[in-house]
Design a binder for this molecule. Structure first.
Ligand code: TIU
Length: 223
């Protein structure tokens, strides 16, 4: 299969490709969570939910592997470095009690993936203590066991957890593509810059493409 992508066509096989949705959690997308505690207008992020839902449904329909990540810390915060917890002047720090439970803590209501994109049985769910999906998780090993070589990324936020994960994937030898309308930032200019820098220099970090290009490829596969 191939996707009309930038800087050039992205070739992939369904059997060796995973869809990776980064941190589509209430903590980032809904008011009262981590994202808002940092001073962000979280309403910007929900715009990508319909396109991401279409991609998720199509990818599931094609039988592709799905990976969801959550930025999540243990309740005792033993995996949250003080440097991360103490950075800046948020209204609520990681581990503090907020309207959706403790901020960025595993198992709390705010830490769950939004209902529209909730994982289903058989999909991989990775709790990660850092911004990247590979740091201090077993993701690379899980993907290697399944012979995955290509990763299609969506999620939030573009220049923080998504870009970090894409770069980590690139350094581990994966071909990564960022779905342009399935990722969003609290800063539109940062999203635009990320898309540009990923595909610059002949795809120095990877590819970008609109989700419609992936959906076309999957429709072609159905014949
Ligand atoms: N603050 C921000 O833009 N993002 C994060 O802290 N984590 C993710 O991107 N998931």
């Amino acid at each position: 299969m191939h996707i009309d992508a930038r800087p050039f066509a992205y070739e992939f096989d369904l059997a060796t490709t995973a869809l990776v949705l980064i941190d589509m959690q209430r903590d980032f997308i809904e008011p009262g969570g981590f994202g808002e505690s940092l001073g962000n207008d979280v309403s910007l992020l929900e715009a990508i939910v319909p396109a991401t839902q279409r991609v998720l449904q199509a990818w599931r329909g094609a039988g592709g592997l799905v990976v969801h990540t959550r930025e999540a810390h243990r309740p005792d915060l033993s995996d949250c470095p003080p440097a991360k917890r103490n950075r800046g002047a948020p209204t609520l720090r990681i581990g503090d009690a907020g309207p959706m439970g403790r901020i960025l803590v595993a198992g709390e209501p705010g830490n769950q993936i939004i209902e529209a994109l909730a994982p289903v049985a058989g999909e991989i769910v990775i709790d990660k203590p850092g911004k990247g999906a590979f740091y201090a998780t077993g993701l690379h090993e899980l993907l290697q066991q399944r012979r995955i070589t290509h990763l299609l990324f969506g999620g939030v936020t573009t220049e923080v957890c998504v870009q970090t994960s894409l770069r980590e994937a690139n350094d581990r030898g994966y071909d990564g593509l960022l779905l342009e309308d399935c990722t969003e930032s609290y800063f539109p200019a940062f999203k635009a810059a990320t898309l540009e820098m990923v595909r610059a220099q002949g795809g120095i970090v990877g590819w970008t493409a609109p989700s419609s290009a992936l959906l076309s490829a999957l429709r072609g596969q159905e014949g």
